[in-house]
Design a protein around this ligand. Structure first.
Ligand code: SAH
Length: 213
């Protein structure tokens, strides 16, 4: 049975997000509003508590992970954000509701096209630009970024991403092996960088120059 998507979203926000400690009301509001089923293939499963295959060996993250990554960036609405790994464009749509401008870069051409289509169809493309290419070294053209979200696992933090991060600025990135990583949060402030781990996680590998070659 396909439930009404508004109530499925409300359940997702309450059970998967709020109950697990996501407190940023703007993140909760954005995820309660955006039709996730319009971004993933297989609409009935769109609000499940797990990643979903989107083709080309890639996945859309579990809703909790999208929420956590957005929340640790502490966006207030004035920021320029870079996302690496657009996938189907859902996280970019969420970030677009939280910041002034989002640039998301995707290495798989078909997925970049999918993200672009999904964002346009849902009308969430006004302040979100999808770029096709290798984002492992960031996207210098529009730097600096007040926040950077990397949605694929890196062996190490690519130095170019730190260079393109504004001061103050925040970067969230899964760092570790192919099979498991730490979701690291880096806060740049006054020329200093503080790092903490938000959670353990498992992302698809970051490819490209600064990723797994
Ligand atoms: N942000 C998505 C999740 C995407 S999964 C969401 O809304 O849930 C990670 C994505 O990163 C995949 O689509 C993969 O193709 C992409 N990717 C991997 N390496 C990349 C690179 N170097 N540059 C850009 N995208 C990359």
């Amino acid at each position: 049975m396909i439930r009404d998507s508004t109530s499925a979203r409300r359940d997702m926000v309450e059970h998967q997000l709020r109950r697990r400690g996501i407190r940023d009301e703007r993140v909760l509001e954005a995820m309660a509003a955006i039709p996730r089923e319009d971004f993933v293939p297989g609409r009935p499963a769109a609000y499940g508590d797990e990643p979903i295959q989107i083709g080309h060996g890639q996945t859309i993250s579990q809703p909790y992970m999208t929420a956590l990554m957005a929340a640790v960036l502490e966006l207030r609405g004035s920021e320029t954000v870079l996302e690496v790994g657009a996938g189907c464009g859902y996280a970019a749509a969420v970030l677009g509701q939280l910041a002034r401008r989002v640039v998301t870069i995707e290495i798989v051409p078909e997925l970049a096209a999918l993200a672009r289509d999904n964002l346009r169809r849902t009308g969430l493309d006004k302040n979100v630009t999808v770029v096709q290419g290798d984002g492992s070294g960031g996207y210098p053209k529009l730097a600096p970024y007040d926040a950077i979200s990397v949605a694929a696992a890196a062996p190490d933090i690519p130095p170019a991403l730190l260079d393109q991060l504004n001061d103050p600025g925040r970067l969230v990135i899964p760092v570790g092996s192919w099979l498991d990583q730490d979701l690291q949060v880096l806060v740049k402030r006054g020329g200093r960088i503080d790092t903490h781990v938000a959670t353990g996680c498992r992302f698809v590998p970051l490819r490209g120059e600064e990723g797994w070659r």
